[in-house]
Design a binder for this molecule. Structure first.
Ligand SMILES: Nc1ncnc2c1ncn2[C@@H]1O[C@H](COP(=O)(O)OP(=O)(O)OP(=O)(O)O)[C@@H](O)[C@H]1O
Ligand SMILES: [Mg+2]
Length: 726
């Protein structure tokens, strides 16, 4: 038995030296019957005495220079091995003696065959160097295996009253108390560690002025992309955080001991190892941790990743911002609507006023004109001066009547004679009048939509509305320019209708009169429809032209709108509601208008679209032509070879089967040199139209064409051919 001395009797390092002069400390240690082993801070065995070798049954050479746990391997997860490790750690950290009253630490049998069960009581004493750091640990072990066996026997009821009872009450009672306390502490440590590990917030413990990670929980590691931070200084562990102020904050907290609380702070971090840096938002505290002497020894970091919350907030903010925009937009719309309504009401009031005046004025004019007529009829022929005076008076009265008419039109009180009509026809019929009115310097172009709907309107008034717009356009282009009249089907949607007073959503025909003239300022646009508003010099304009247009269109259930930009030109759009019935037949006029065939002229119709071909064939037969038909170029050529008489080849430009309309025409003319050719096309104008003009002898009708269009065109082409042959 090596020794029965209690560990507490070992000399503590801070006590004065006890070895008498002349006695070698090493020899003393060697002579001691108690086993001693000396470890360095890395737990390498650097020395031991004979007693130690005896109790551990080892040779010096086998264990010297080896790690304690390598020299005496045990199951590292076993409680006792861990207790031993923890005791060493405490000594190194606290620089104080640590006791392990009773641990089971089995040692390999001398023969190398398995382990032998051993119980020990150990004391670990730090040996400090001149700087106060732990340079070595002195382990003093007492082999208490025999005592433990005795105790086990006592428990089993053998020799209960023997010396073991005494041992029981003394050594083991103390040992057990300390040990169970240690175990409880270890348990508590584990529980705290588990709590720390599982805490929802992030936590880390940084040690020393370089902020070395001593602990970091799972949430913290998640935040930093599961990097291995343990044992590293923050600047080394998280290099991507450099330059964002966090390290400097840590330095400050460490230096001043004043905690720092950060709220909603942005940190740019690599969320994935090697991945893109990512913005995270964190709430956190840097809490200085003090050692027993009160000096700051580390910093406890604790906080929450609030990135998701922050993103949600930002999304909400964006939503709010757009909401503001939307409200602003709605407000603007409302204001515009208000303005439009106010304008419409003003026009209404002015209309009522002028309407009343005009009505009375008309009656007065009736009297004036009637009496002037009586005067003119009854003035004797020799009173030439008086006659001239009456004539002048009459001219003035008629002009006054025209003005009055316009005023009535503006006030929407003129008698209208609405009938279903095609705006396209009305515009085409006006072309002669327009050319005459506008003069040489203004080019007129009409762009008439195919398949235009009908409207129900007063033709004369619509004509004078278009004429008024054309005259305004001319006046705005003193140096000449271009007037375009365009027609189209259109839909006024709810949104547009909401922006304009007195406008109902629905289908409309729009007639757009545009010019390349001076354009109008915003103010002029705002006032242009007002009666008597003119920018023209006195005597040049009455300011009633647009008023008339406005009144007439409104009275017809339509809408009129000016688009204009100073220096660029003006476009006035007249919207008239679509009329869903058909044109009233005027049998005399219609029969007279449509030119027919002679019942012996033959037309070859080449068209691959069955519907279009059937339609064309039907029209032509109805018009008095003989018709033969083909669906492609090859069969058309075969027909030409067989058919006795063909006066006109009417072919689509685009044909299937490799022979185009142009190819067909060329070969057909080679077969029959006098043949007339009329092309039709839905697009591909360029295939036969060069430089905007048709090649000589080539005629073209664009799809979709109407009955009347085709009748006219076919007649024209045949007549032209006859003339050239005559
Ligand atoms: N196409 C246009 N280009 C530029 N300004 C125009 C155009 N149409 C009208 N305006 C402006 O609107 C004003 C009012 O036009 P409106 O047709 O009602 O009267 P007016 O042309 O001045 O007189 P009147 O039509 O009786 O000859 C014009 O004086 C002109 O300033
Ligand atoms: Mg005018």
């Amino acid at each position: 038995m090596p020794s029965d001395r209690l560990p507490s009797e070992i000399t503590a390092p801070e006590e004065p030296r006890v070895t008498p002069a002349g006695v070698d400390a090493d020899a003393l240690l060697q002579a001691s019957p108690n086993p001693y082993v000396i470890l360095d801070p890395a737990l390498t065995i650097v020395g031991m005495n004979e007693a130690y070798l005896r109790v551990t049954m080892r040779k010096r050479a086998d264990i010297l220079g080896r790690n304690m746990f390598e020299a005496f391997p045990s199951d590292p997860d076993a409680v006792n091995g861990r207790q031993l490790r923890m005791s060493f750690e405490r000594v190194l950290r606290d620089k104080r003696t640590d006791h392990l009253p009773l641990i089971r630490y089995d040692i390999p049998r001398a023969g190398g065959e398995g382990f032998e069960e051993r119980f020990w009581s150990a004391t670990h004493t730090p040996l400090l160097d001149a700087g106060g750091e732990v340079s070595h640990i002195l382990q003093h072990t007492v082999d208490v295996t025999e005592l433990q066996r005795l105790r086990q026997l006592a428990h089993a009821g053998i020799g209960a009253a023997g010396p073991s009872a005494l041992v029981e009450s003394d050594v083991f009672a103390r040992a057990e108390a300390v040990q169970s306390e240690n175990m409880a502490l270890a348990d508590e440590g584990r529980r705290l560690r588990a709590l720390f590990e599982q805490a929802p917030g992030f936590m880390a413990l940084l040690q020393g002025p370089r902020h070395v990670f001593e602990l970091a929980n799972a949430a913290y590691l998640r935040l930093v992309g599961n990097r291995d931070v343990q044992g590293k200084a923050v600047r080394d562990a998280l290099p991507d955080v450099a330059g964002q102020g966090f390290f400097e904050l840590l330095d400050r907290v460490y230096a001043t001991g004043v905690p720092y609380v950060g709220a909603g702070m942005r940190v740019r971090l690599q969320g994935d190892p090697g991945g893109e840096a990512d913005d995270r938002f964190v709430d956190f505290i840097y809490q200085p941790i003090r050692d027993p002497s009160g000096r700051v020894a580390g910093i406890f970091v604790q906080g929450h990743d609030i990135t998701e919350q922050k993103r949600a907030e930002q999304a909400l903010q964006r939503l709010n911002a757009t909401l503001e925009d939307e409200v602003a937009e709605r407000t603007r719309e409302l204001r515009e609507r208000d303005e439009a309504l106010r304008q419409a009401q003003k026009m209404e009031v002015v209309g009522q006023l002028t309407g009343g005046v005009a009505h009375d004025f008309n009656n007065l004019l009736q009297v004036v004109v009637g009496n002037l007529e009586i005067l003119q009829r009854n003035l004797p022929p020799e009173t030439a001066r008086l006659r001239r005076a009456a004539e002048n008076a009459m001219t003035g009265a008629r002009r006054a009547a025209t003005l009055t008419q316009r005023l009535l039109a503006f006030s929407r009180r003129q008698p209208l004679d609405p009938r279903p009509l095609s705006p396209n026809k009305l515009v085409s019929d006006m072309s002669e009048l327009l050319h005459r009115t506008l003069g040489e310097t203004v080019a007129v172009e009409t762009v008439l939509a195919a398949g235009l709907w009908l409207v129900d309107a007063d033709a004369n008034q619509l004509e004078s509305a278009v004429l008024n717009l054309a005259v305004n356009a001319r006046d705005a282009m003193p140096g000449g320019g271009k007037l375009t009249i365009e027609t189209a089907n259109t839909r006024i949607d709810e949104a547009y209708a909401a922006q304009h007073a007195e406008v109902t959503p629905g289908q409309y025909v729009v007639i757009c009169v545009s010019d390349t003239g001076t354009g109008m300022s915003k103010d002029t646009i705002a006032r242009a429809f007002e009666p008597f508003f003119t920018t023209k010099e006195a005597g040049k304009g009455t300011g009633l032209g647009l008023s008339m247009v406005y009144g007439f269109v409104k009275q017809s259930g339509g809408h009129v709108k000016i688009y204009s930009e100073l220096g660029h030109g003006t476009c006035v759009r007249i919207y008239l509601p679509r009329f869903l019935g058909s044109l009233e037949q005027d049998p005399v006029a219609d029969v007279a208008a449509i030119p027919e065939g002679t019942h012996d002229e033959t037309v070859l119709v080449v068209e691959d679209d069955d519907d279009v071909r059937t339609y064309s064939v039907e029209i032509l037969r109805e018009l008095g032509y003989r018709v033969v038909e083909a669906h492609d170029g090859a069969s058309a050529l075969r027909l030409l070879e067989r058919q006795a008489r063909v006066d006109l080849l009417f072919t689509d430009v685009v044909l299937p089967g490799g022979v185009t309309g142009a190819d067909l025409a060329r070969e057909a003319l080679a077969l029959r040199p006098g043949l007339s050719v009329l092309f039709t096309t839905g697009y591909a104008r360029d295939a036969i139209v060069h430089h905007g003009r048709l090649d000589p002898g080539v005629h073209l009708i664009t799809k979709p064409f109407s009955y009347a269009d085709l009748a006219q065109k076919v007649r024209d082409v045949l007549d032209a051919e006859q003339q050239s042959q005559a």
